[in-house]
Design a binder for this molecule. Structure first.
Ligand code: PXL
Length: 455
């Protein structure tokens, strides 16, 4: 029987379930490890404020940990809110006794501004727990407090990480959040004397409650699976970015992140591929569609709901081609298989994230008339107006063009066309929510065209 990695969170309880052990357990579960929780403090809080903290007596904290060791066992521990000196000491003693690898999240202040670490306990946390840690994960503000160094730019964070490493953890991750840039979120890893910077597009959201807990728990889960520290931090960063992008707009303060979004995202990959396969069956069973296949062939693409890169968009490698009178997909749908339509869809989704699919067909005035007759919103861009800078960058034309077409009619169109340029074939792209929907539109167009006798 395969052994499931067992990960224990020793942390505070957050009744709104955005942070604390509740966020930790969601994260462990979403990453496929067996999660357990030892509660150190019960807090009363919501997305706006924290109103009470009740510390669990240290002998009960110890008993919770021993209960798990007496039966199931633990592969790695993650610590979060450890409110007092006494709690920190008993947790450190248990980690030492059981020789446990540990991810230590030096939680100090909640998102709503409450102190989750008593002021006189800071040194105990640093001095007794850091030297037992595999990884410590302060945010920029916590790193400033621990290192006694102001952090304004990445170079400051590097100095701070070196100082924090002197307290004995194997690795230090400083979570930059919005500290270093408005556009990017940088995290800095210091391991064995080397720095690695992880970057992601900054997620502009108010639903950030629990992001730190989620990140540290994801690092622990990945280490438990046997990943290296560097890989675990990279995976945790991507995981937390998805959790932030899917955060809940609930409550009146900082809404909770959504660690389970990772699972939905994985499940969506299956739905997207299946939808594309169904769209191919529709196209392949309608030979009349071949009249709409352009010189450069047809492709159909569909994006994941959270797509922000062409690897998040599936299409047909080698495209859809005419073989005699038949239509054939060159191969099965795959993620990352289209760059052109994919870039157009990425731009479209910035304006309307429900429109996730596109299919390109041969340009003709007649086809555009049929589109208009069907009540589809048609817009266009003119490749002659494209600057040489945009022309030079691979794929940039498509995002530029989509933006032009949207601006022209003030909304996301159902159909975008361009009339070509030197060496560029004119083209029509049909847009819709799913690949099956755009394939259906394409068949409707080819039927109406053949009825009206157009070639
Ligand atoms: O995000 C830090 C944190 C950890 N643990 C508990 C919390 C919070 C933030 O609110 O409530 C219990």
């Amino acid at each position: 029987m395969e052994m499931v990695p067992k990960v224990l969170s020793i942390a505070g309880s957050d009744p709104d379930c955005g942070a604390g052990i509740q966020a930790d357990l969601k994260t462990f579960t979403a990453l496929g490890v067996y999660g357990m929780t030892v509660i150190t403090s019960v807090t009363a809080q919501n997305t706006v404020e924290l109103t009470a903290i009740h510390d669990v007596p240290v002998d009960v904290i110890k008993a919770q940990i021993e209960a798990l060791f007496g039966d199931i066992g633990v592969d790695i521990v993650k610590t979060g809110m450890l409110h007092t000196k006494e709690i920190i000491e008993v947790v450190a003693e248990e980690i030492r006794k059981h020789h446990l690898p540990a991810v230590v999240d030096p939680v100090m202040v909640s998102k709503s501004g409450a102190h989750l670490l008593e002021r006189d306990a800071k040194n105990t946390l640093i001095e007794t727990l850091f030297n037992l840690a595999t990884v410590v994960t302060p945010n920029a503000m916590e790193a400033e407090v621990i290192s006694d160094k102001k952090i304004e730019v990445i170079e400051d964070a590097k100095e701070a990480a070196k100082k924090i490493a002197k307290f004995g953890p194997k690795a230090v991750v400083i979570k930059g959040g919005h500290a270093f840039s408005d556009e990017k979120a940088f995290d800095l890893l210091y391991l064995d004397g080397d720095f690695t910077i992880f970057e992601a597009k900054r997620v502009k959201t108010k639903s950030t409650h629990g992001a730190g807990c989620t990140f540290a728990s994801a690092v622990a889960a990945e280490l438990a699976k046997g990943k290296s520290i560097k890989d675990a931090v990279g995976i945790a960063k991507d995981f937390t970015t998805i959790a932030l992008r899917s955060g809940f707009s609930i409550g009146h303060g900082f809404g909770p992140v959504n660690p389970v979004a990772h699972l939905y995202n994985e499940a969506e990959k299956y739905h997207v591929i299946n939808n594309l396969k169904e769209a191919l069956e529709i196209l392949e069973s309608h030979p009349e569609f071949s009249s709409l296949i352009p010189e450069s062939q047809t492709n159909v693409a569909m994006a994941l709901p959270l797509a922000d890169d062409i690897v998040d968009i599936a299409a047909i490698p080698g495209r859809i081609v005419k073989v005699g009178k038949k239509i054939k997909a060159s191969s099965c749908p795959e993620f990352g298989a289209s760059s052109h339509i994919a870039r157009m869809i990425l731009t479209i989704m910035r304006f309307n994230n429900k429109i996730r699919s596109g299919l390109n067909i041969k340009y003709s005035e007649e086809t555009l008339e049929v589109c208009k007759g069907l009540g589809l919103k048609v817009s266009y861009y003119d490749r002659m107006e494209e600057s040489s800078k945009i022309k030079k960058v691979e794929g940039m034309s498509m995002s530029w063009g989509a933006e032009q077409a949207i601006k022209r009619i003030g909304t996301v169109p159902d159909v975008i066309y361009h009339k070509g340029d030197w060496g560029k074939e004119p083209m029509i792209v049909l847009l819709g929510k799913t690949a099956v929907e755009v394939a259906g539109t394409a068949i409707k167009l080819s039927n109406l065209r053949s009825k009206s006798g157009k070639k």
